[in-house]
Design a binder for this molecule. Structure first.
Ligand code: AMP
Length: 283
């Protein structure tokens, strides 16, 4: 495996591989089994796998955890090597020395869910992913369903901007007890870790209510009451359409997805699940 830090060196390396298909897996490092599942999917789908590791300052808001974000470079190298990654791209900085002059902006789709509370976050995401796409020029790029809104926005980005790149989604990987894997889980104390488990549990309870034929209004009310009783600092708990991210009312339907975000201690966690579990693979 090559570890490459400079854009020019990466371009040089990839110029020899253009006959092959190239998959890009963008990450911020501190790799866990969720990232590994993306890498394995990339290996199944393409000849050459590039993993990028870059903690992107533009997607962190003021007061967020950019400085504290866990950086575990040596372990990440070991994991990528063991998974047969071809190139680990680890740039020191992707932005111009005088900051961000030119960037992309997300309309409408970032006014909801995480975009509403993390203003500018998705502008940072699309800008850096666009840079990575320009540098690597992959045939496909893999993103996790853990960050559902991000995946949806990136799908729109390649469609709206006519990029010749296929965005591939990859299933959300959980700990054995159901907690969605996240690099930020390592911030949690034992007590906070127990509390964090409520998030996936509430989504499962809401799925069960949907399976019993309850209305979305009732399901949401029950979910909110449960989280309130657990004393969780909720950002949002919403049921939205999984492609448009729009709210819809009445009875659960195919395409409805439950989204939750909460701060446990100082750690912001997110999770999502389809509302109708049994119909998950029907589409
Ligand atoms: P991050 O390093 O957190 O920016 O994540 C890099 C990529 O890994 C993104 O596409 C995430 O959606 C994906 N990812 C992170 N956690 C998980 C998980 N638990 N399951 C599946 N994909 C994940």
């Amino acid at each position: 495996m090559q570890v490459i830090e400079k854009v020019q060196a990466l371009r040089q390396y990839l110029s020899e591989c253009r006959q092959d298909s190239i998959a890009l897996v963008p990450t911020m490092g501190c790799l866990h089994a969720g990232h590994v599942s993306l890498i394995r999917k990339a290996k199944r789908l393409a000849d050459v796998v590039v993993v990028s590791l870059y903690v992107n300052p533009m997607q962190f808001g003021e007061g967020e955890d950019f400085e504290q974000y866990p950086r575990t470079f040596e372990e990440d190298v070991t994991i990528c090597e063991a998974e047969g990654v071809d190139v680990l791209f680890h740039p020191a900085n992707l932005y111009a020395d005088d900051g961000v002059n030119i960037g992309l902006h997300v309309h409408e789709m970032d006014a909801v869910l995480c975009g509403a509370s993390r203003v500018g976050h998705f502008d940072g995401v699309v800008t850096v992913v666009n840079m990575l796409f320009n540098i690597v020029q992959p045939n496909l790029a893999i993103f996790g369903e853990k960050d559902w809104q991000q995946l949806t926005i990136l799908r729109r980005m390649v469609a709206d901007l006519h990029m010749p790149i296929t965005v591939v989604g990859s299933a959300l990987i959980r700990e054995d007890d159901g907690l969605a894997m996240s690099s930020r889980n390592r911030y949690l104390t034992d007590l906070e870790r127990e509390k964090a488990l409520f998030l996936s549990q509430i989504l499962q309870k809401m799925q069960a209510l949907a399976a019993q034929g309850e209305s979305k209004q009732y399901i949401l009310a029950m979910g909110l009451a449960y989280l309130q009783a657990a004393d969780i600092e909720l950002d949002y708990l919403e049921i939205r359409h999984e492609h448009s991210l729009r709210l819809s009312k009445d009875m659960p339907a195919l395409g409805d997805r439950i989204f939750v975000a909460a701060t446990i201690g100082k750690t912001r966690l997110i999770d999502n699940m389809p509302l109708l579990k049994i119909l998950e693979n029907v589409a």
